[in-house]
Design a binder for this molecule. Structure first.
Ligand SMILES: O=P(O)(O)OC[C@H]1O[C@H](OP(=O)(O)OP(=O)(O)O)[C@H](O)[C@@H]1O
Ligand SMILES: O=c1cc[nH]c(=O)[nH]1
Ligand SMILES: [Mg+2]
Length: 219
C-alpha cells in the first residue's frame, strides 16, 4: 500500500514546496525544521491506521472516556539525512523507542553506487509497529538495506516506511523488494525520474548536505 500525502492539498504541501526550493534551502535550520514538520504530519496520518484502546482519565472534574494508541512504536531512521524527519516523528510519537541505522551511498568509479552499511542500534522489534524513515527514496537501495538490517532485530507487526520525496523507480523497487504484506509506504511526493547519478529530478538535491553540510570521502 502506498500513500502519497501531497496528492491531497493541505498545508503539508507548503512544507514540501519549501523543502524543494533552492532559495529557501539556503537556510539549513528551516530545511531541517521543515523535514521535522513533515515527520509530525506523517506521524499523525500513520496514527489513523494504528490500534486504539478505550480507557479513561481522571480530570479535575470527573472521569473522561478516551481512546488512545495501543501499539508499541519503534522509530527507525537511516543516518544522516533521516535525523530531522525522525525528530519530527518523535515529536508526535513521543514515547516511542528508537533505532538508528548507518547506511550511505558510496559513489564508485563512473556512475556505480553501492550502499555501505556500518551500524544498527535497535531495541527488539518483535510484535511492534516500526516506522522506518529516510527523506529520500531515490533508487530504494538504502531503504532495502535498512529494512533488511531491521529484520535481524525481530519480527515487527507492521513496518511503515516514510519518505519525503520518492522517485517512481524507488517506489516500484520498494514494492517489489520489501513486499506488500505488512509494509506500508508513506511518501510526500513522487517524482518521475532519476538522473545519471541517481539523484531524483526535480527532487530536492542532497538532503544530507542541505541539513548538515557537505561531507568528504563517501562520493
Ligand atoms: O534510494 P537511494 O538511491 O539509496 O538513495 C537515498 C539515500 O541517499 C541519501 O543518503 P546519503 O547516502 O547521501 O547519505 P547522507 O544521509 O549521509 O547524506 C538519502 O538520505 C538516502 O539515505
Ligand atoms: O535525490 C537524491 C538522491 C540521493 N540522496 C539525496 O539526498 N537526494
Ligand atoms: Mg542516507
Amino acid at each position: 500500500m502506498v500513500h502519497i500525502i501531497g496528492e491531497n492539498n493541505s498545508l503539508f504541501n507548503n512544507y514540501i514546496a519549501e523543502i524543494r526550493d533552492v532559495e529557501i534551502q539556503k537556510d539549513p535550520m528551516r530545511f531541517r525544521r521543515n523535514l521535522e514538520r513533515v515527520g509530525e504530519i506523517m506521524a499523525y496520518e500513520i496514527s489513523k491506521h494504528l490500534e486504539f484502546k478505550d480507557t479513561s482519565v481522571q480530570t479535575p472534574l470527573g472521569v473522561a472516556p478516551v481512546s488512545v494508541v495501543e501499539n508499541n512504536i519503534v522509530l527507525a531512521t537511516i543516518l544522516r539525512a533521516g535525523l530531522p524527519l525522525h525528530q519530527g516523528l518523535l515529536n508526535s510519537f513521543d514515547r516511542a523507542e528508537n533505532c538508528f541505522i548507518s547506511a550511505y551511498r558510496k559513489h564508485n568509479e563512473g556512475e556505480d553506487i553501492c550502499i555501505e552499511f556500518e551500524y544498527i542500534a535497535s531495541p527488539s522489534l518483535d510484535d511492534k509497529i516500526v516506522i522506518l524513515s529516510d527523506p529520500i527514496l531515490a533508487t530504494g537501495s538504502s531503504m532495502e538495506v535498512g529494512f533488511k538490517a531491521l529484520l535481524e532485530k525481530g519480527t515487527p507487526k507492521h513496518v511503515h516506511i516514510v519518505s519525503v520525496i520518492g522517485s517512481e523507480p524507488g517506489v516500484e523497487y520498494v514494492k517489489k523488494h520489501l513486499g506488500e504484506e505488512n509494509v506500508t509506504l508513506w511518501v510526500g511526493a513522487v517524482d518521475k525520474e532519476l538522473n545519471s547519478k541517481s539523484y531524483i529530478v526535480p527532487g530536492l538535491g542532497d538532503a544530507g548536505d542541505l541539513a548538515f553540510g557537505s561531507k568528504i570521502d563517501s562520493k
